[in-house]
Design a binder for this molecule. Sequence first.
Ligand code: ANZ
Ligand code: ZN
Length: 874
Amino acid sequence: PERLEYPDIDDKWASIWHANAPQGTPTRGKFYCLSMFPYPSGNLHMGHVRVYTISDVVARFHRLRGYEVLHPMGWDAFGLPAENAAIERGIDPKVWTMANIKKMQGQMKKMLVSFDWDREFATCFPEYYKHTQKLFLTLFNQGYAYRAEAPVNWDPVDQTVLANEQVDSEGRSWRSGALVEQKLLSQWFFKITALADELHSDLELLKGWPASVKSMQQHWIGKSEGAEIIFAIKGFEEVLHVYTTRPDTLLGVQFIALSATHPLVQRAILGGDCGITEFVDKMNSYTKDSKEGFRLPELEAIHPLTGSTLPIFVAPYVLDTYGHGAVMGVPAHDTRDFDFWKQNAPGQDCSRVIIPSSPNDPEYDPDRPYTSTSGKLAPSTGKYSGLSCTDGAEAIVRDLQALGKGHKTTNFRIRDWLVSRQRYWGAPIPIIHCSRCGTVPVSESELPVLLPDSIAQAGSGSPLARDEAWVNVDCPKCGGSAKRETDTMDTFVDSSWYYFRFPDADVSQVPFTYEESSRMVPVDLYIGGVEHAILHLLYSRFFAKVFAKQGLWSGGSLKGEPFRRLITQGMVHGKTFKDPETGRYLKPEEVDQTDPQKPVIKATQLSPDISYEKMSKSKYNGVDPEDCIARYGADATRAHILFQAPITDVLQWDESKIVGIQRWLGRMWRHVLAVARDVDSSGITNFSMPGKLTDAELALWKEVQATIVKTTDALGTTFTLNTTISNYNKLTNSVISAYTASQNATQDRDKIRLPVILNATSMLVKISSPVVPATAEECWATLLQAQGLPWSSVYEIGSWPDIEPIHQEQTLIPHNIFINGKRRFSVDLDENWDQDKIAQTVLETTNGQLWLVERAAGKKVQRIIIPRGQQTVS
Ligand code: ANZ
Ligand code: ZN
């Protein structure tokens, strides 16, 4: 056909590929290419299309290069939306989830993504969560999973506990947006802090990660070096610990500030002290920047070095989750302490203990706290006077240590990972509580602990707790009556190990085997959204490292790191129309877009304001990938999404620009048809490249080779996929114009013979095949058929073109060799060679030996002159 019909040819090839896996044996080792598996929400969005296109291009390329590629897909299928759908609409979460999976799987297939569907799984399948539970028990047995009473973030809307990471900076739930409350509950934790140091320092092994992601992780882990200092409390036995990064400022401490959950504060509340309860109640509504404070009456701390007494406050700026939930307040040298002191002890001085080392330190301002560490200790510090901040800190900590009142320590901002969720749609925690035996793990042979079939509707708290028949069990140890743990696991647990499962998707006894995981992990390329830059990646790194320590896999060459290279793709923004008069968002059908350059609002004939914004229903700027594929085909959609922006940038989805891609595909196809007709009618049977090329052939051949090199680099190393698309376009134009010029050529050197055109055309098709699978396969089949060859897929493993060294000799041109001014013989040389190479080549020829060695009779070559176009050796 003169025109390819999309998406018809997509369907045609999809079913052929389904029946015929590409032939060939990998020769280059493994390549694990993974795109983050999605939550089965029900529909692919353009962000999914972007990420799966990238991973598919990279996967297809590596197969062509001869790698054993693992490119799997699965479903992160537990979680709140399914449960909420169940509650709101009475649908079984399982049914809802499975329907969504089916729909999205169909959409991925329409995108022509070459996933290894035989390894597909969903984390909500009992065959999967059985292993999630088994891994939980592995962590439990090694002391990495523990239960503790802890203040937790309680989301009053979703009725569940949230991890700190799921609460935003304003104290709202990431999912419901509700203001989060604090509650004390018994919860399960994973001891991620045990690996905090490794998780921090091993970031430096991750050369293939974006620096921004590493720095976010680093910040999240928040390694900080400082000291723990003990303050006695006047009239009490107990003491108070603070963490400080500035022990050098110890002599400037003027107060202590505590968080609301600090034991001293809790005790004051129980004591019913005047005003404290009211203040703590109000604290929930203060921000972390607030400088409100409440002085605990009758309580004073004692300075560990001077013995002076210090007031103790409760203050919202003290985090209960950091250090000891207690701060030694140094108003003269810390901005937060300064502001707090001004507000809560008006009129009182700040005692300075650090002074600038040089008189004109620009950071020094007599009215503000001096926070610099380049100063020195002030005369008021007595024996420490004159020491630098570093030396002063060391001397003070040494003295504290001698007194048993402090020591050096490292602190991490990261907290243990709270994995308990009081929800139904998650993996049940495989633990039984027995009043006699305590916390008893479910025995392995009893796994999975299946979710009960239906969700108990009414009531609050954990839905599993309301299912009596499910909760009551016999204790595995004593056989007495006991109760199941009713919390389910955070869905981040499911997704922290799924990449270990893909290589072993069909083993049922163990989550994964040592051999296969050690062979396939680390993942060679991991692609996903930057929204997972912290939690998912950190939790996954924690799991992979724990598994390596337990000998569940070798840990690979990166100390148990699971992802060698990481790409975070940018968002896809939609074209957004706004009425300039009212500021109202316009639906696409309210805008006349006949001329894409000049859209007009139908009602008012005005030009709308155009911007690109995050796609959302309220802005009418969403694009449905399925519509897009139905209209333009998978190939154009894929190429367009790659072409519009570098993969890590925000992409402005402008459908009117897709015609450029359609034109390219059309040109390529018509050219293939023309060549195929020539080949068909030529009567030639051997299409191998001729030995000597004409000038025109050489020029074309060189461009093909250069484009192969660039494409190889882009798809395998730099992932500059947008420029790759323009390179395909350029090469298509060059091949077509070379072909046309050759047909009109009169001189032999301007002609291009059919085998050379065929070679260039085939190479173009081959190297563009990772991006435009259906078009490439159709072109490839057409070219094969024209040559009378049987069909084989363009994706044959290992069939990516190598750079061909033989044809590089085609640049050899005969040159005359003059010796002592006389032309003696001629040698084929390349003009780009350097002097040594030319001299050596000349000398190695028979004539060279004759004239320059035998007949020269001991005389030395004195000068080699290489003028343009001819060679002289004298
Ligand atoms: C005294 C001091 C004097 C401090 C000074 C700083 C400057 P990073 O670097 O993030 O580790 N701090 C300790 N525990 C806290 C808590 N629970 N909530 C809020 N702040 C807390 O921060 C360490 C510093 O944060 C500590 O050093 C402490 O204030 C404060 F001139 O101690 B510093
Ligand atoms: Zn028991």
